[in-house]
Design a protein around this ligand. Structure first.
Ligand SMILES: [Zn+2]
Length: 508
């Protein structure tokens, strides 16, 4: 089916980039000589195909260690486990780089039900870093329509003890705002909602609303999940973004939210909400980015980075967000180390933390290594699930289009499309992009990622081992090929002194 979302512009650009480097580039006395880079890429790919530890590592990370909220005991365990894994694989300079979160947070229990005009249990989970309700509270549901701070005044004195909602239901039939997957020359729209109305996509407004809710004595606030079939999309303002004075906040099922909304049109709706046992650390908590390297043979001070985030939300087990990316980075490290190839530049492997709280770990990394940013050739991050990598997303680095074409040409057997100038906001490559380092993202087939990520269904069941293996092959060969280039990747002008964390209420 031809879609109206055909990415004509990007493909047209790609076609204009010139003919890709031929894989077989010379004939010598009748024999066909294979490009040595192709040969080495095939060697790396074969090591991953034949001996990969993707599934066993990912199953351990997901099922045995479990979900990895930033600041949690699980994440600490995961960080130390990845450090040991990299060491076992023979990487060099393996270490943990610490940074601090204001408070860790541990989940308790949450229950809710409609008391009237009918009785019905609702699917609920406390937002992360949210406080408990004052026991089992019951109160009327009040919709506060707040598009700007001044809108709050009309609710002053009217919401004490209420259960507040601040947005109209999501519309799942919104063809103008689908998440798109580039597959061949088609872009297939999938069913994703319009952006929620209300304050959650505006950090300043969000904080003003929460200060108001607290001041007015609201009992609890509820957000609709933006996923169907009872799946919840976890959210919460934690890590360095945490602010005091949040009202108990929970996410409820999309269908339940709609039911409440319909009932409210007919008359008052009474809810009971009980959030208990959520616990904060008293003190700031040290967390880590895991770092490992293969030292460059001739340009060791110039660095190519591949990365993913080790932290996750906690409703599922963080298998695909971003256990898959973490396992792919670890596998690329294992295979490159095992291959014995000596890349010209240093290849660095980083597992960031605090990504879900606003790219905090990668921001901390970029800040701590500010003086070294000029020596980082490029970064590639794998963070959109388990499906195969389709292309390299270059974040509008127009300057890199020709060289990136050469980088991926020897990898054509992995089925990549031409490099794309597409951007993705909301993962760790943004922290590098913001300081002018070519920070790229692996464009992946979407699969069911938008349904499952951040939800209770983000579990090891969702992992597609063969597609993830291709992802690890792309990371490893991309890193190697970039490390072998005659020059570092071309830069674009820096847009900020340091990477700004993405605002907390944006739910990626
Ligand atoms: Zn992620």
């Amino acid at each position: 089916m031809k879609s109206r979302y055909f990415m004509g512009g990007i493909l047209a650009l790609a076609l204009g980039w010139g003919i890709a480097q031929p894989l077989v580039h010379a004939r010598q006395g009748g024999a066909v000589a294979i490009d040595p880079l192709v040969e080495r890429d095939r060697q790396i790919e074969a090591e991953i195909k034949n001996n990969n530890e993707l599934a066993s590592n990912l199953e351990y990370l997901s099922d045995v260690i479990g979900p990895r909220l930033t600041g949690s005991v699980n994440l600490d365990q995961a960080s130390h486990w990845t450090q040991k894994r990299f060491t076992d694989y023979g990487l060099s300079n393996v270490h943990l780089e610490p940074w601090n979160v204001t408070h860790s947070w541990a989940r308790g229990t949450a229950q809710a039900r409609i008391l009237s005009p009918m009785a019905h249990p609702i699917t609920i989970a406390s937002a992360a870093w949210a406080p408990n309700t004052n026991g089992a509270i019951s109160g009327p549901v009040v919709y506060m329509k707040v598009d700007k701070i001044e809108d709050l005044e009309q609710y002053r004195g009217k919401v004490k003890g209420a259960v507040v909602i601040t947005s109209a239901p999501f519309d799942f039939n919104a063809p103008e705002n689908p998440m798109l997957t580039p597959y061949g020359d088609e872009i297939v729209p999938i069913n994703l909602p319009k952006k929620a109305s209300g304050p959650r996509n505006n950090p300043r407004l969000y904080q003003a609303v929460f200060a108001f809710l607290k001041h007015e004595g609201v009992a609890a606030a509820l957000l609709s999940s933006d996923k169907p079939y009872g799946l919840l999309n976890m959210f919460g303002i934690g890590g360095p973004m945490y602010f005091e004075g949040q009202t108990p906040l929970a996410i409820i099922g999309w269908e339940d939210y709609n039911l409440i909304w319909r009932l409210m049109k007919k008359g008052p709706v009474q809810l009971e909400v009980n959030i208990a046992g959520n616990a904060f650390s008293e003190q700031p908590v040290q967390v880590y980015n895991t770092v490992a390297e293969i030292k460059g043979s001739s340009k060791p001070d110039e660095v190519v980075i591949i990365g993913a985030h080790l932290d996750s939300w906690d409703l599922g087990t963080g298998a695909t967000d971003n256990g898959t990316g973490s396992a792919a980075v670890m596998e690329a490290a294992r295979a490159l180390a095992k291959s014995g190839l000596e890349p010209r530049r240093t290849i660095r492997f980083i597992l960031f933390t605090g990504e879900e709280q606003g790219l905090c770990g990668s921001h901390a990394y970029v800040t701590a290594h500010k003086d070294e940013m000029g020596k980082i050739s490029g970064v590639l991050v794998h963070d959109t699930g388990t499906s195969r990598v389709i292309s390299i997303g270059m974040m509008g680095f127009f300057e890199d289009r020709e060289v990136m074409e050469k980088v991926v040409a020897p990898m054509k057997d992995l089925g990549l499309l031409e490099p794309s100038l597409r951007s993705l906001n909301g993962s760790d490559h943004n922290s590098f992009d913001a300081v002018g380092v070519p920070g790229f993202w692996a464009i992946q087939d979407v699969g069911d990622y938008p349904k499952t990520h951040h939800s209770q269904a983000d579990t090891f069941d969702r992992v597609k081992p063969d597609e993830l293996m291709q992802g690890a092959q792309v990371l490893a060969t991309w890193a190697y090929n970039v490390a072998q280039l005659p020059e570092m990747l071309p830069r674009k002008k820096a847009t900020a002194d340091a990477a700004a964390p993405v605002g907390p209420p944006v739910r990626k």
